[in-house]
Write a protein that binds this ligand. Structure first.
Ligand code: IPM
Ligand code: MG
Length: 382
């Protein structure tokens, strides 16, 4: 037992040193990429696992269609990134194999299809690794239900909290297990600033900070304190603080839920509550997600790789709406607003008003490709 304790103490010392270094590094960095100044933008497309290659193939077609001129002139390059598959990751025993990471880092932005995340073991999630390696600190997830006047934007801290050391906990067999949760000053400041800047630029009047600071006193306590401090620089915005449990209830309370506009929260709470929010919008298949850093950004659907659909042989019937929404967010981020708006309009027509081709996720519905054809036809007629 003493041996386990000694090892764990040593491990904790190393983790602490490493995390202090990470916070120092963050403090010294600043400045987001100005995409309008780049002579060329490289978009990497990762196919992922399960239904990933099926839905990302349609996003690839859509990007070729929407950015035809930019691709022809050399302003945009689409790059297919191979090897971010669970088979390759297990074979190399790396969350993102080195050569794959190198390919990813040669792009400016990434459109990533879902990848399999294993439960237990030590192989880290590819999402989590990519968010860390590219320092994608703001996970931004919009959810809209126009008929209920719901227009929510979630700002989920994306590089720390429960996730940063989630694969590096301590276990003493048959006795106990310990995980670590980390909140840093610099990490909290940058996500808080991203949320308040978004609110200011988009005329939002309300930011809800969501924590469990009554229980997670050190980490969430720090998160809450720093967010309130940053909020002082935005006096036109009202700040509220809610605990995650009651906020989860608020989202199903139809009497009050449309009062919320922007949510700001640590990583794990953001993970959980954004699935709930997406379900209110029509399911996790309908929501896109942006992972934004200063240098890189990655866009992805919020759903998983749906291995059950592949086992049942119905992968072709997967709903591509979520990856198309991620594609729209990516186009906006890199400055192709006109194309993003076209995609947005066409998605509304195809999934809300006209619905001539409907994907149900099963054989009774359209295939992913048929829906993409319908979407592109709709864009052509706009
Ligand atoms: C998400 C996903 C990921 C997460 C998984 C796949 C690691 O659920 O993007 O919300 O937990 O962040
Ligand atoms: Mg999630």
């Amino acid at each position: 037992m003493q041996n386990y304790i000694d090892n764990a103490v040593e491990q904790f010392r190393n983790l602490l040193t490493e995390q202090i270094e990470r916070q120092k590094k963050m403090e010294s960095e600043s400045g987001a990429t100005d995409f309008s100044k780049l002579s060329k933008i490289v978009i990497g497309i990762c196919g992922g696992d399960g239904i990933g290659p099926i839905i990302s193939a349609q996003s690839n077609r859509l990007l070729n269609f929407l950015l035809k001129e930019e691709i022809a002139s050399g302003k945009v390059e689409l790059k297919t990134i191979e090897g971010l598959t669970i088979e390759n990751r297990i074979a190399k025993n790396k969350a993102i194999p080195d050569d794959v990471l190198e390919q990813i880092k040669s792009c400016n932005v990434i459109l990533k299809a879902p990848t399999t995340t294993l439960k237990g073991g030590t192989l880290e999630s590819a999402n989590v690794a990519m968010r860390r390696e590219l320092d994608l600190y703001a996970n931004v997830r919009p959810v809209c239900v126009p008929e209920e006047n719901i227009d929510w934007t979630f700002f989920r801290e994306n590089t720390e909290g429960e996730y940063v050391l989630g694969s590096r906990g301590v276990e003493i067999p048959d006795t106990l297990a310990f995980d670590f949760k980390v909140t840093t000053n610099a990490g909290t400041k940058r996500i808080a600033r991203a949320a308040f800047e978004f609110a200011r630029k988009n005329g939002k009047k309300n930011v809800a900070i969501v924590t469990k600071a009554n229980i997670m006193k050190k980490t969430d306590g720090k998160f809450s304190e720093i967010c309130h401090k940053i909020a002082e620089e935005y006096p036109e915005i009202t700040v509220e603080e809610w605990y995650i449990d009651i906020m989860t209830a608020n989202l199903v309370n139809t009497a009050i839920r449309n009062q919320f506009e922007v949510f700001l929260m640590p990583n794990l709470y953001g993970d959980i509550i954004t699935d709930e929010a997406a379900q209110i919008q029509g399911g996790v298949g309908t929501a896109g997600s942006a992972n934004i850093g200063d240098k890189y950004a990655m866009f992805e659907p919020i759903h998983g790789s749906a291995p059950r659909m592949i086992e049942q042989g119905i992968g072709e019937y997967a709903n591509p709406t979520s990856i198309f929404k991620a594609t729209e967010m990516m186009l906006n981020h890199i400055g192709f607003k006109k194309q993003a708006d076209l995609l947005n309009k066409a998605l509304k027509i195809c999934t809300e008003t006209e619905k001539k081709v409907v994907v149900t996720g099963d054989r009774d519905g359209a295939t992913c490709k048929e829906f993409a054809d319908y979407l592109m036809e709709t864009i052509e007629n706009l």
